[in-house]
Design a protein around this ligand. Sequence first.
Ligand code: SAH
Length: 345
Amino acid sequence: MTKMDIKSLTYTQLEGYLAELKQPKFRAKQIYSWLHQKLVTSFSQMTNLPKNLIAVLEENCTITAAKQIRKLESKIDCTRKYLLQFEDGELVESVLMKYNHGYSICISSEVGCKMGCTFCASTKAGFVRRLAVSEILEQVYFVQRDLGERIGHIVMMGIGEPLDNYDNVIQFLRMISDENGLNIGMRNISLSTCGIVPRIKDLQKEQMGLTLSISLHAPFDEMRSQTMPINHTYPIAELLSACREYAADTGRRISFEYALIRDFNDSEECAAQLVKLLKGMLCHVNLIPVNEIRETEYRKSEQQNIRRFEQYLNNHGITATVRRTLGADINAACGQLRREQSEEA
Ligand code: SAH
């Protein structure tokens, strides 16, 4: 019999499970706190539980914990990149970044990715599986244990497409923001998607108050479809109409990611079209000099083109900033470490 993944249970689910075991209600609070606040990795560390309950839990449940395979630390800016392994041997990457406002972690939602964006390293090693709720949580817990300090912000921008693992990601978001857990506010959480429109509509209904990031990367359908296969299914007009509704309904500003690729999407014509598309929407554009990965020909736009693009947007009423590069010396962009490791294996 496979053991139950106790760390994936919400507070209410844990209460239900303990009721089945004929345990008093307060045990749920104790166990939840051990798992999700004190971040322990074994039942024997739960020192306020009776021995016989610990024995029952050990027999029937597992506590998902990650194993560190590699850790790279940037000498430039304190960025740390972790390659973590789960029970079945699969690997994900999580990146810790330090900002003025505190620590932020970028986490993965799937092992590999099936979205096939041509510029992205995560997709190159293929898709393996979705992560369990506990495996998404454990990335935050593992790094916080290692760091010994509170992580205040989360970005779901690591490996995988979070909206392709919708139910687990939503449950993760509820648990990480639960006051019985790490209690990280939704205002401090961002989720990035390549644009799965029906799931964006579902997310809107959840009314979670997180920041939605949309990987747009091109302002014309032909250009976007060439780099992002999802655009064949949900083209730009459909995607942006869902975004407009989302922003209007939730009152939350949408963040558009736009990776600038030399001689591809960095012309003034592209900037002008982007302005046309986003005009009047509650939004912000995040310009990212494309991270050059081995398999592709894509090169970063030249510095002056990046500035020109940024200025054009700002001069035409669309707020845009160029994302600061962190961890440049440790290859901190997503997917590169996992791929290197699987090649070595
Ligand atoms: N699947 C989600 C989240 C993971 S990728 C999504 O598509 O949004 C996180 C962000 O990094 C996305 O905006 C993605 O398009 C971008 N990205 C991927 N590869 C990149 C590269 N080589 N250079 C710059 N940005 C990249």
